[in-house]
Design a protein around this ligand. Structure first.
Ligand code: PEP
Ligand code: MN
Length: 263
């Protein structure tokens, strides 16, 4: 179902007035984790001004360490929904288990499947039954074929609104948090009709590399970007080192627009 052989034309996902895919470029931005109403409203107003149409914010955080901040859970979803409504932006947040799919779907416009759950087939099946678009992040050590098969699990249940997200893979390199695989963007655009967005925040783990990798992603044919932005990155409860300030994010957006205008 995800293959371009069966469906040659690009899929366009429509959510309200926002279209994603086939030349409709989308910018998603916001903090790694929802921390407070104040943090979210400040971030949302800023990223919207810079051109983002989707507000991100994790409420359930699958952290590498069990002692790290795990998210505000349903309270976080309430804040995200409220802020999205106030600033008129779509929202995206991660769902981490099958029991939460209905709950998260009540609050957000796009369900995110995180890297660590890319091959959680029961979860993929559940979001396949949900009536909301799904953004499927590539697993930390997953091949392109495994990633597309994961999309297939969702689509098999009747949910065709799947957005693929390249977020970097595990390699021997440790200078960056992950290795952003732009090969995969170009490859997946050929293999599949689904939109593919790039996450340079998790793909690099380093604030100073987000601008260059965002520009490269656009040039490689990505249909969108998802970028972590925090009003005070040094105080962020998660992923501060890879979070841009709103001012830095604005510069990245302007550079991206310049590249899009000549493509
Ligand atoms: C995230 O988007 O905050 C996240 C946890 O990403 P990933 O699943 O790609 O690590
Ligand atoms: Mn993060």
């Amino acid at each position: 179902l995800a293959s371009r052989m069966l469906k040659p034309e690009d899929t366009v996902i429509k959510i309200g007035s926002v279209k994603i895919g086939s030349g409709n470029f989308v910018i998603m931005a916001g903090p790694c984790a929802v921390e407070s109403y104040e943090q979210m409203i400040e971030t949302a107003k800023a990223v919207k001004k810079s051109g983002a149409t989707v507000l991100r914010g994790g409420a359930y955080k699958p952290r590498s360490s069990p002692y790290s901040f795990q998210g505000l859970e349903e309270e976080g979803l309430k804040i995200l929904k409220q802020v999205g409504k106030e600033v008129d932006m779509l929202t995206i947040s991660e769902v981490v288990n099958t029991q939460h799919v209905e709950l998260v779907a009540e609050y957000v416009d796009i369900l995110q499947i995180g890297s660590r759950n890319m091959q959680n087939f029961q979860l993929l099946t559940e979001v396949g039954k949900a009536k909301k678009p799904v953004m499927l992040k590539r697993g930390l050590s997953s091949t392109i074929e495994e990633w597309l098969n994961a999309a297939e699990y969702i689509m098999k249940e009747g949910n065709y609104d799947v957005i693929l997200c390249e977020r970097g893979i595990r390699t021997f390199e440790t200078y960056t948090r992950n290795t952003l695989d732009l090969n995969a963007v170009a490859a997946v655009r050929r293999l599949s009709h689904l939109p593919v967005v790039v996450d340079p925040s998790h793909g690099t783990g380093r604030r100073e590399l987000i601008g260059p990798m965002s520009r490269a992603a656009v040039a490689a044919g990505a249909d969108g970007l998802i970028i972590e932005v925090h009003p005070h990155p040094e105080e962020a409860l998660s992923d501060g080192a890879q979070s841009l300030t709103p001012a830095e994010f604005d510069v990245v957006c302007q550079e991206v627009q310049r590249i899009l205008s000549v493509m």
